[in-house]
Design a protein around this ligand. Structure first.
Ligand code: CDT
Length: 307
């Protein structure tokens, strides 16, 4: 089997509150078709790709937000994506809000193969932002109200001829996300994100959003010898400006493709999964060089303890 995966990072421009799922799915289908025409095996869409980033508003009764969540996927409105994937023989990765039959709410991403079948599901582990309404903010980031953190952790799945992993947005800032997948031999990590430029708790970070985005994905790729595909929902959505700069990062840490706009935009790269071995079998030969016996605090404690 080929060790080349041609991947498309399908950045989305803003989705406004009034945009219905049908119009969003039409945009996703257009990007999927562009990906197929460009020879992609796999097209990656952003986090919460079916709706506006609704955690920017708070509602007293969470059931008022139920309409932002998917209770089944595929559903009548999302089925065309799965059908088109099969007809074009191109896989995709899609982020959406999931409401389970027993009432759990997750920020979820699925991986769909070229036959239109779901091969993997990942639920976001690191949930940023706040739990309660903070009326003094210019906009809310109430992800911790709308989503529970998954305890399922980071999986790696054999798909597209390689070992594929997933993470979602804030997960990319935590080295543990990459390393857990690195320890499972990951060769390509798929990551959708929604990153407001304005970081309310510390606006001095606003100008650094692009730098931090690249910093974490490039170091995660390099330190684990893996491809990383980071895909934004970008632009001014309901008055909130969000980072674009979707990128495909090689196991060397080099950016091989990056979006130029904050609109719907597809970038592609021909990814040689065997490039991962150059790092996994040399500098980052985990079996030879890691020292887990002195890393205990990383899993043994959550916050900082001072001696
Ligand atoms: N969606 C998401 O996880 N966004 C966060 C924003 C910063 S925390 C308010 C991120 O890490 O990009």
């Amino acid at each position: 089997m080929s060790r080349i995966v041609t991947v498309g990072a399908a950045q989305l421009g803003p989705i406004q509150r009034g945009d219905d799922r049908t119009s969003v799915v039409a945009r996703l289908l257009e990007l999927l078709r562009q990906g197929a025409a460009a020879g992609c095996d796999l097209v990656v869409f952003p986090e919460l790709a079916l709706t506006t980033f609704f955690p920017r508003w708070f509602v007293e009764d969470i059931s008022e937000a139920d309409h932002w969540y998917e209770t089944a996927i595929p559903s009548p409105v999302t089925a065309p994506l799965f059908e088109e994937a099969k007809s074009l023989s191109v896989g995709f990765c899609l982020g959406y809000a999931e409401l389970t039959p027993d009432g759990h709410r997750f920020n979820t991403q699925i991986l769909v193969d070229k036959s239109g079948g779901t091969v993997a599901k990942y639920r976001k582990v690191h949930i940023p932002g706040h739990e309660h309404h903070e009326p003094d903010r210019p906009f809310q980031h109430a992800e911790r109200y709308y989503f529970e953190p998954s305890d399922e952790g980071f999986g790696v799945w054999q798909a597209f001829g390689g070992r594929m992993g997933m993470m979602i947005c804030n997960d990319r800032r935590w080295p543990e996300s990459y390393r857990v997948m690195g320890l499972k031999g990951v060769e390509m990590i798929l990551c959708g994100y929604n990153t407001p430029i304005h970081y309310v708790p510390d606006p001095s970070q606003d100008i650094l959003q692009g730098f931090h985005n690249a910093l974490v994905m490039q170091s995660g790729a390099y330190q684990n010898g893996t491809w990383v595909v980071g895909v934004a929902k970008a632009g001014v959505e309901e008055g909130v400006d969000s980072l674009g700069q979707s990128m495909i990062v090689a196991p060397s840490g080099q950016i091989v493709a990056q979006t130029l706009s904050t609109d719907d935009e597809l970038i592609t790269a021909r990814c040689d999964l065997d490039w991962c071995r150059r790092y996994k079998e040399t500098l980052f030969d985990f079996g030879r060089y890691r020292r887990p016996e002195v890393y205990g605090p990383i899993t043994g404690q959550r916050g900082v303890t001072l001696d």
